[in-house]
Ligand binder design. Structure first.
Ligand SMILES: Cc1cc2nc3c(=O)[nH]c(=O)nc-3n(C[C@H](O)[C@H](O)[C@H](O)COP(=O)(O)O)c2cc1C
Length: 437
């Protein structure tokens, strides 16, 4: 379905579709039944609240949950909400909002809509945004854009996806002007409207912005290269090298794009994070630095995607079953391979003999690059790589997770393990300050 499409359900109920992207999912779409003036909003306007009432008759009872849900799931995309609410205004009268979670909004609809409007306006002012521009009717570009958007959002940066086939040039230029980062999914050269829309971006780009390009078709003339040169000539920073997808996208392709999105998000938040770290209390920072841990490399494999990360925030957490916790920052590339039920290997580094491995796994690689090139590995029973040169390894499974501000604490059980050098010690990380690992 596309914005504006309609489906006749009979008996006067004609569903009208309104694209409202990024409201928890990149491809959210609202549907409106004009006969009953009911708008079906998927996640938007929802709440995790359950009672016997079908409707929102008790405003006081639902207020806190309505706000909490907004803050967690909707607030990060405040600008997209404002766009969606503008489109709702154009639909005409809405009597009921039938959302995917919680009571139907009817008795207090005006108040609750106003809350969303006010919260979003406030939030949108302070927001760092990445604009993703692509021609959504071409091949896999929708799903590719969604993957890249997910990667950006992991860093806490908001994303707006714009379809260059249907958006007018003013809308495109407004977003390109406001966004801190611009990602373009190149339309094929035969799509003249979309190509022209992309060219119009160049007129508003500023040298403080960052850029990333991808293309999802095989073509001999590479319009992506000439566009890239133009952006670089304008002085913008390139967040990741152009991604060229010549074959049907696989899970590895989507992972690569997600990582590319995360690279852009990290580039945009780096300066803000450095400022926050500098403002910490110095004594407290030093005291926290006295917490010491070992040094480990986490290695994973899921289908044809693999990942690895140097970690020191690892701790034993249970005896029966044997279990441990790992703290993984929310914007780590490995995050999508460390979900509940996923398996990995925890490799323990050896005191006095870990620099090579540490250096190797801290190297910044381009999205999609093989993290294990040039490293000796064996395959564990759980299919993940074991680092042959590590002191010991454990085969683990993620059982549950707790959200702790900027990290996930993963509780994991251990099923197998072996020490390869019984007389050696674990490498320990001694720090002076606690504002980094
Ligand atoms: C000594 C040291 C210990 C680290 N420990 C952790 C950790 O426990 N958890 C974590 O999320 N990142 C940790 N990091 C950061 C990641 O290893 C590193 O930034 C990451 O591999 C980069 O991957 P990315 O592409 O996902 O950002 C540590 C870094 C260093 C230098």
């Amino acid at each position: 379905m596309k914005s504006g499409d309609r489906v006749d359900l009979g008996q006067g109920h004609e569903m009208e579709f309104v694209s409202a992207p990024n409201l928890h999912w990149p491809d959210t779409i609202f549907s409106y039944d004009r006969k009953t003036q009911t708008l079906f909003t998927c996640d938007a306007f929802g709440m995790h609240y359950c009672s016997d009432s079908t409707f929102d008759d008790d405003l006081e009872a639902i207020e806190a949950d309505f706000r909490f849900y907004y803050d967690c799931l909707m607030g990060p995309n405040a600008r997209s909400l404002l766009n969606a609410m503008k489109k709702m205004g154009e639909l005409g009268n809405i009597k009921v909002i039938a959302n995917g979670h919680g009571p139907l909004l009817y008795h207090n609809l005006e108040i609750l809509r106003e809350c969303y409007q006010n919260w979003s306006q406030k939030q949108a002012k302070a927001e760092t945004v990445v604009g993703v521009f692509c021609a959504s009717d071409y091949g896999y570009s929708d799903r590719l854009a969604a993957a890249i958007a997910q990667g950006v959002q992991k860093t806490g940066v908001a994303v707006e996806i714009m379809d260059v086939n249907t958006a007018d040039s003013q809308e495109i230029q407004e977003l390109a002007h406001r966004a801190a980062g611009i990602i373009i999914g190149m339309p094929p050269s035969a799509n003249i409207t979309a190509q022209a829309a992309i060219s119009s971006l160049l007129g508003v780009v500023k040298d403080k912005q960052s850029i990333g390009l991808f293309e999802s078709y095989g073509s001999d003339e590479e319009p992506i290269d000439s566009l890239r040169t133009k952006f670089i000539d304008l002085g913008v920073k390139e967040a990741f090298p152009p991604v060229r997808i010549k074959e049907t996208p696989s899970a590895a392709t989507y992972q690569l794009l997600e990582e590319a999105g995360t690279d852009m998000g990290q580039l945009l938040v780096r300066e803000r994070n450095i400022k926050q770290i500098k403002s910490l209390d110095v004594n407290m920072e030093k005291a926290l630095g006295r917490i010491s841990n070992g040094l480990y490399i986490i290695t994973t494999k899921k289908g044809d995607i693999n990942g690895a990360m140097l970690a020191s925030w690892v701790s034993q957490a249970s005896l029966q079953p044997l279990g441990l916790t790992v703290a993984v920052a929310k914007d780590r590339a490995i995050d999508s391979l460390m979900q509940e039920g996923d398996r990995f290997v925890l490799n323990v580094l050896e005191e006095g003999n870990y620099q090579e491995l540490k250096k190797h796994f801290l190297k910044r690689l381009h999205p999609g690059a093989d993290r294990f090139a040039g490293v000796n590995t064996q395959t564990a029973k759980n299919d993940c790589p074991i680092l042959t040169d590590a002191l010991a390894y454990m085969e683990c499974e993620v059982v549950s997770s707790i959200e702790c501000s900027d990290h996930w604490i993963l509780y994991c059980t251990v099923s197998e393990g072996k020490v390869s050098k019984p007389n050696s010690l674990t490498a320990v990380r001694h720090r002076k300050v606690g504002n980094y690992y």
